[in-house]
Write a protein that binds this ligand. Structure first.
Ligand SMILES: [Zn+2]
Ligand SMILES: [Zn+2]
Length: 648
C-alpha cells in the first residue's frame, strides 16, 4: 500500500510575477484562487501546478515515448510535492474536430447508438412500414389469431415490382407442381399461358395452399408456412379467401415483406456518420456536397421549363426531338405542364425534373408521321446527369462553365442529416435518433424518462437499463452546469468558450476519475446566475468523487463554497505575486491585507473589473495551460501542442 500525500506543497514559485511563493494546499478539497487580474493566481494554478503535473507525467513515460513529445520546461519553482495527475478544463474551443458535437463530446451519442441498435424500431426505407423479423412459430400464432376458421390462401411472394415476362419462371413453377399464382393482384392458373408486358413492373405470389386453419390442423398450416418461406426466401402472404380480401404479410428476415427489401440488422455503427455502415452514401456522412445548386441553375424562375427556366438546358425549341419527347414523357407521367412558370410548379414536378424519379417506370410516347410508338424507361434527373457530365469532362473550359452553377450545398439525399436511409428510418419512442438529438437537453431528459415509462415493454426496458442510465446521468451533468438549452447535435466548433469548458466539466464527472487535480479557469463566466449553484454542485461532486478541484475565480458564490481559499495580491503585476491570505473563509475575512477577504466581509467593494475579461488566460504570455498530447486519462481536455523544447 502506498501512502498518498495529503497535501500539495509548493516552495519558491517564481513563474512570471510570483515572488517566491510558498504554499501548502489540502488535497481532495475545493480550492479557490482569488485576487485581482494579474496578481499571479493563474501563474500558480496553471503555469506552476498544472504545468509541473504535466511535466512529471511525461517524465514518467519511457524514453521512447518521450522522444515524440519533446520535453516540457520545468516551471520556475524550487520544490513541488504531493502532485496528482492534473487535468485543466479551460475555455478554449479552437481545434475542435468539425465532426464533433455536444453528443459526441459527452459520449451521449454513443450510448444513444447502442440504445437505437438494441431496441430501435426499424422501418422500410421505401414505404415506412415497420420491419420486424418473426419466427415461424410467431407467424403461425398470428395467423391462427387473425384468421381462425376462415378460408385463407397461403402465398409466397416471389416477384415484387420487377420488369419482365417471367415465362421461364412460370414454366418452372408448373414443373415443380404449383397450380396457381396471384399475378398483379389476380389469381391465375399457372398452366394457362400468362402474357405479361415485358416493359411493365409486376408482382407475383405463388399460391401454396388453401386452408381453413384451426388449432387442430396446425400441421398443415405449419407445412404451408414453411414451404412459402422457402420459396420466397423469407416472406409470406396470407389472404382471406373472401370478398373482403383481408391480408397479412409476414417476414422471417429483417426485411420489408411489402417491398421485399431486406436490411442488415441494426448495429451501433449504423447510427454513426463516421462509419461506412451508417454514413449517407451521397455525401459520405458530411451532410453537404459540391453539386449543382437549383438556385443557380434557375436564375429566372418566372420562365417555364419549355422557355428555358434551367439555364444550362436552354429552351425546348433548341432541343433535339428525342430530348423533347423525354421531358414531355416525364411531365405526362407526373402530371404537370412544361409551360407552367417554374415558380408555379408543384414541388413534386420540380423534384422529378431535377432529381429524377428513381426506378419508377415511365412510359414515353414517340410520335412519328406514320405511327405512335411506346417505350418504357426510367429518369435519372437533370442534376445527376449534370454531375456525371462534370465528373467525366476532360475539357477545362466546359468544367469551368459547369462550375458556375455549382456550390457546396446541403446533401439532398439525407437533407443534411448525414446518416443513410436505413438509419434515418429507425425510430424509438416515435422519433429518429436525429430527432432525439435535436431536442434541447432538458426536453430530451424528460423525453427519455417518459418514453421509458410508457413506450417500452418490460423486455425492452430490461435491455435499455444500462445505456439509459448512462444517458440520463450525462444529461443530468449537462443540466447541472446550466446547459439545458443546448441540443446534442450542436457542433462543437460553434460553442462559446464557457459552454465548451462546462461541457468538458460535465464529461469529466461522467468519466469517474479519482485522485486527479482539476484546474479550472473561471467556470462561472457566461453562466446565468441562477445556474451558478448547480455549477458549484458539480464542482463539489467532482471533489466528493475523490479529486482536488482548483478554481481560479472572481465569483463570490464560488469563493464562499470553497473549502480553502488563497488570495493573491496585493496588486497586479509587480505589485502582486504574493499570497496575501490563505485558509478558510473565516481566515480570509480576518485578514486586513486581503482585498477579497475584506470584500467577503462586506467591508469593502472589491476591485474586480466590472466588465470581466472574456478569457483571462488569453492576456497572459503563456501557452502552458494546454494539456499535452495523448494524456491517457485527460480525454476530456483536448490534446494540443505542449510548451515543449525538442531535446536532441
Ligand atoms: Zn416497404
Ligand atoms: Zn447525405
Amino acid at each position: 500500500m502506498t501512502l498518498e500525500a495529503k497535501e500539495i506543497v509548493v516552495k519558491g514559485a517564481r513563474e512570471h510575477n510570483l515572488q517566491g511563493v510558498d504554499l501548502t494546499l489540502p488535497k481532495n478539497k475545493l480550492i479557490c484562487f482569488s485576487g485581482v487580474s494579474g496578481s499571479g493566481k493563474s501563474s500558480l494554478a496553471f503555469d506552476t501546478l498544472y504545468a509541473e503535473g504535466q511535466r512529471r507525467y511525461i517524465e514518467s513515460l519511457s524514453s521512447y515515448a518521450r522522444q515524440f513529445m519533446g520535453q516540457l520546461a520545468k516551471p520556475n519553482c524550487d520544490h513541488v510535492s504531493g502532485l496528482s495527475p492534473s487535468i485543466s478544463i479551460e475555455q478554449k474551443t479552437g481545434g475542435a474536430n468539425p465532426r464533433s458535437t455536444v453528443g459526441t463530446i459527452t459520449e451521449i451519442h454513443d450510448y444513444l447508438r447502442v440504445l437505437f441498435a438494441r431496441i430501435g424500431k426499424g422501418h422500410c426505407t421505401k414505404c415506412d412500414r415497420p420491419i420486424e423479423a418473426q419466427s415461424r412459430e410467431q407467424m403461425i400464432a398470428s395467423i391462427l389469431n387473425s384468421f381462425a376458421d376462415q378460408k385463407i390462401l397461403v402465398l409466397a411472394p416471389v416477384v415484387r415490382n420487377q420488369k419482365g415476362e417471367f415465362r421461364d419462371f412460370f414454366d418452372d413453377l408448373v414443373r415443380r407442381g404449383y397450380i396457381r399464382a396471384r399475378v398483379d393482384g389476380e389469381i391465375v392458373r399457372l398452366a394457362d399461358s400468362i402474357k405479361l408486358d415485358r416493359q411493365m413492373r409486376h408482382h407475383i405470389e405463388v399460391v401454396i395452399d388453401r386452408i381453413s386453419p384451426t388449432k387442430n390442423d396446425r400441421l398443415r398450416l405449419a407445412d404451408a408456412v414453411q414451404q412459402a418461406l422457402q420459396l420466397s426466401d423469407g416472406s409470406l402472404l396470407i389472404l382471406a379467401d373472401d370478398d373482403a380480401g383481408k391480408s397479412m404479410i409476414l417476414s422471417a428476415k429483417y426485411a420489408c415483406p411489402h417491398c421485399l427489401i431486406s436490411f442488415e440488422p441494426p448495429s451501433p455503427q449504423l447510427f454513426s456518420f463516421n462509419s461506412p455502415l451508417g454514413m449517407c452514401p451521397s455525401c459520405d456522412g458530411l451532410g453537404e456536397k459540391y453539386t449543382f445548386d437549383p438556385d443557380l441553375l434557375i436564375p429566372n424562375p418566372s420562365l417555364s421549363f419549355r422557355d428555358g427556366a434551367i439555364e444550362l438546358i436552354g429552351s425546348m425549341k433548341e432541343m433535339g426531338r428525342w430530348r423533347r419527347h423525354i421531358f414531355e414523357g416525364i411531365a405526362q407521367e407526373v402530371g404537370f405542364s412544361l409551360d407552367t412558370p417554374w415558380n408555379k410548379l408543384a414541388a413534386a414536378a420540380k423534384s422529378a425534373l431535377l432529381h429524377g424519379m428513381g426506378d419508377r417506370h415511365i412510359t414515353f410516347t414517340w410520335r412519328s408521321r406514320s405511327k405512335v410508338q411506346l417505350h418504357g424507361g426510367t429518369w435519372d434527373g437533370i442534376i445527376p446527369q449534370l454531375n456525371s457530365r462534370h465528373r467525366k469532362t476532360g475539357n477545362s473550359m466546359q468544367r469551368k462553365m459547369l462550375e458556375k452553377y455549382m456550390r457546396v450545398i446541403r446533401c439532398g439525399e439525407c437533407a443534411g442529416q448525414r446518416l443513410n436511409a436505413q438509419a434515418r428510418h429507425v425510430r424509438l419512442g416515435g422519433k429518429t435518433l436525429l430527432e432525439w438529438e435535436a431536442m434541447p437537453v432538458d426536453e430530451l431528459h424528460r423525453f427519455v424518462e417518459e418514453t421509458l415509462e410508457s413506450n417500452f415493454s418490460a423486455v425492452e426496458r430490461f435491455i435499455a437499463v444500462e445505456p439509459v442510465k448512462e444517458i440520463k446521468a450525462r444529461l443530468g451533468f449537462l443540466l447541472n452546469v446550466g446547459l439545458q438549452y443546448l441540443s446534442l447535435d450542436r457542433r462543437a466548433n460553434t460553442l462559446s468558450g464557457g459552454e465548451a469548458q462546462r461541457i468538458r466539466l460535465a464529461s469529466q464527472i461522467g468519466s469517474g476519475l479519482v485522485g486527479v487535480l482539476y484546474v479550472l479557469d473561471e467556470p462561472s463566466i457566461g453562466l446565468h446566475p441562477r445556474d451558478n449553484h448547480r455549477l458549484l454542485g458539480t464542482l463539489e461532486h467532482l471533489r466528493d468523487q475523490g479529486n482536488t478541484v482548483l478554481v481560479v475565480e472572481h465569483d463570490e458564490d464560488t469563493m464562499r463554497a470553497a473549502d480553502y481559499l488563497v488570495d493573491f495580491g496585493p496588486g497586479p503585476g509587480v505589485r502582486g505575486g504574493k499570497v496575501v491570505a490563505e485558509g478558510t473563509l473565516a481566515h480570509l475575512i480576518q485578514e486586513p491585507d486581503s482585498i477579497t477577504g475584506q470584500y467577503l466581509a462586506g467591508r469593502k467593494s472589491i476591485a474586480v473589473p466590472s466588465k470581466r475579461r472574456p478569457i483571462d488566460l488569453a492576456t497572459l504570455p503563456i501557452e502552458s495551460h494546454t494539456p499535452i498530447p495523448s494524456f491517457p486519462i485527460a480525454q476530456a481536455s483536448k490534446p494540443k501542442r505542449p510548451r515543449a523544447k525538442k531535446t536532441t
